[in-house]
Design a protein. Structure first.
Length: 190
């Protein structure tokens, strides 16, 4: 069973993507931890596009967004606003709470100690994993699943509209991450 299941067993929206990688799980794991999502051109473009409305409508508040807190973690594990929920040899689970549909995103502080509690009213909670499944031929199936739980019916309706708009971009982002992971792991494996 995936650790994601224990963090967000019930959810309203979700998506799953997978990609085979010609490298063993240990190599893929090292590449995963070092994966700098902000350096993936397509992801960087979508992140810039996502922030654009807030920058146009409220330039001062868009510039005032706090930077991710510095720490010993690098790459994927420092994904802005996400809390590290599980860091296992074959799976990493990240989580975030907020009002993602708002112009500025309104990301709330998230931490593993309170992540399993219901999200605050008017918010949604998202959990995302990267799961590495070793295959008999020495390759690895890398997959990512994203789950979103809305706090209440009103939030579920609002998020539903937002999801219809961003779902393709969200999926494309996850696929771009998996492709970057594959490139990094397979280059290391050569």
């Amino acid at each position: 069973m995936s650790h994601l299941e224990s963090w967000l067993p019930r959810y309203d929206y979700g998506e799953h993507h997978a990609l085979p990688i010609a490298a063993d799980a240990a190599t893929v794991r090292r590449a995963l931890v070092e994966l700098d999502v902000g350096r993936i051109p397509f992801v960087r473009f979508l992140m810039t596009l996502r922030r654009l409305p807030a920058r146009i409508l409220s330039p001062a508040s868009a510039r005032a967004r706090p930077a991710p807190s510095p720490g010993p973690r690098t790459g994927l594990l420092t994904l802005g606003g996400f809390a590290l929920l599980a860091d296992e040899p074959l799976e990493v689970v990240l989580g975030v709470t907020g009002r993602f549909w708002k112009l500025a995103g309104e990301i709330l502080p998230s931490e593993s100690a309170s992540f399993r509690t219901p999200p605050p009213p008017g918010t949604a909670r998202a959990a995302m994993n990267f799961l590495l499944t070793p295959r008999p031929d020495g390759t690895t199936l890398a997959s990512t699943e994203t789950r979103i739980l809305c706090a209440d019916a009103r939030t579920r309706r609002i998020f539903g509209w937002y999801w219809r708009v961003i779902r393709l971009g969200s999926g494309a982002t996850r696929i771009a991450m998996l492709r970057a992971l594959r490139t990094s792991a397979e280059e290391t494996n050569r």
